[in-house]
Design a protein around this ligand. Structure first.
Ligand SMILES: NC(=O)c1ccc[n+]([C@@H]2O[C@H](COP(=O)([O-])OP(=O)(O)OC[C@H]3O[C@@H](n4cnc5c(N)ncnc54)[C@H](OP(=O)(O)O)[C@@H]3O)[C@@H](O)[C@H]2O)c1
Length: 285
């Protein structure tokens, strides 16, 4: 089995690559910048994912896992360019390389009724994939937690400073899913036929409010928790590209999206790690 991974140095990609390598899958991983290889892995470094550098190297792979995405835009790089145009390019690469299966991580909350630019771009990326005639599995993840995801790193940084700031009430919910479970499901979706041409929410079993999550995350660390005015956080997000929360990070949080865990569980047919267990085990530290 040989699998191609795009956006190789991202959080989900790094973990999925390690999982696949540990399971003796041959990998071809593509990134814009150099990265450390796992056993059984070949790397391709490219800025623009141009056909001529890639097609011969990935030809006849069994599947491609497309893990490129952004959560913040700027005047040079926007959602249209990355989620839609780059996805078109990746679909073309699959076709030219005779790769029949594509896995894509979209977002929880994507629907045809969405009014949010971030979700509209993900919806259109999904549509490109569905219309491509490739065999696809599209996942719509909630918040994927692991040692090095962006949000966990942010919380650890705040704990070091002695205070975690919660935007607004903190009453909105997340439905976190553990990265090791995500890696396993992505692998299953490649080797099991039942995932063919399916769209699945990628969520954990429980919804938990942001405030409760933060409290449990920082339990025993002597960290103060402070609620900050939502207008101020949005104002900062809109004008400061380095703010901790981007506008769409806030939209996704406040959006309070819930996914269908029961459907995922039936498909995945595996044990999921509960968020309490992850938080209590200290494995995010
Ligand atoms: N993590 C979550 O909780 C979560 C939740 C919902 C959806 N998702 C989706 O899942 C996918 C992976 O998420 P992640 O958390 O692993 O994100 P991530 O750590 O930010 O990784 C995304 C990767 O996309 C690639 N990328 C970014 N900008 C690019 C550009 N201008 N041109 C080419 N490649 C670019 C980069 O790969 P290289 O640096 O290797 O080039 C980057 O590492 C994304 O599509 C994201 O929207 C994630």
């Amino acid at each position: 089995m040989q699998i191609v991974v795009t956006g190789a140095s991202g959080f989900i990609a790094k973990n999925v690559r390690k999982f696949l390598s540990d399971n003796n899958v041959k990998l071809i991983s593509i990134s814009r910048k150099d990265f450390k290889k796992f056993p059984n892995e070949t790397k391709i470094i490219t800025k623009k994912y141009d056909e001529k550098n890639i097609v011969t190297k990935i030809k006849n792979s069994n599947a491609l896992i497309h893990l490129i995405g952004i959560g913040k835009q700027n005047i040079d790089i926007d959602y249209n360019l990355i989620h839609i145009e780059l996805t078109k390019k990746i679909i073309n690469l699959c076709k030219k390389s005779k790769i029949k299966k594509i896995i894509y991580t979209s977002g929880l909350g994507v629907s045809k009724n969405t009014t949010l630019g971030y979700f509209i771009s993900k919806y259109n990326a999904e549509k490109q994939i569905i219309n491509s005639k490739l065999d696809y599995t599209i996942f719509r993840p909630s918040y994927v937690v692991g040692k090095n995801d962006h949000f966990t790193k942010y919380l650890k940084k705040q704990i070091m400073k002695g205070q975690i700031e919660i935007p607004g009430s903190g009453n909105y919910s997340l439905q976190p899913i553990y990265i090791d479970d995500v890696s396993q499901i992505i692998f299953n979706s490649i080797i099991q036929n039942k995932f063919r041409n399916k769209i699945l929410d990628l969520v954990g079993s429980q919804s938990i409010t942001f405030e409760k999550y933060v409290k449990e995350f920082s339990a025993g660390t002597n960290t103060k928790i402070k609620k900050i005015n939502l207008e101020n956080v949005y104002n900062k997000a809109m004008s400061d590209p380095h703010s901790d929360f981007g506008v769409d990070d806030l939209n996704l949080l406040i959006g309070n999206f819930k996914g269908n865990f029961n459907k995922l569980k039936i498909f995945a047919d595996m044990e999921f790690t509960s968020i309490q267990k992850i938080l209590k085990s200290g494995s995010l530290f």
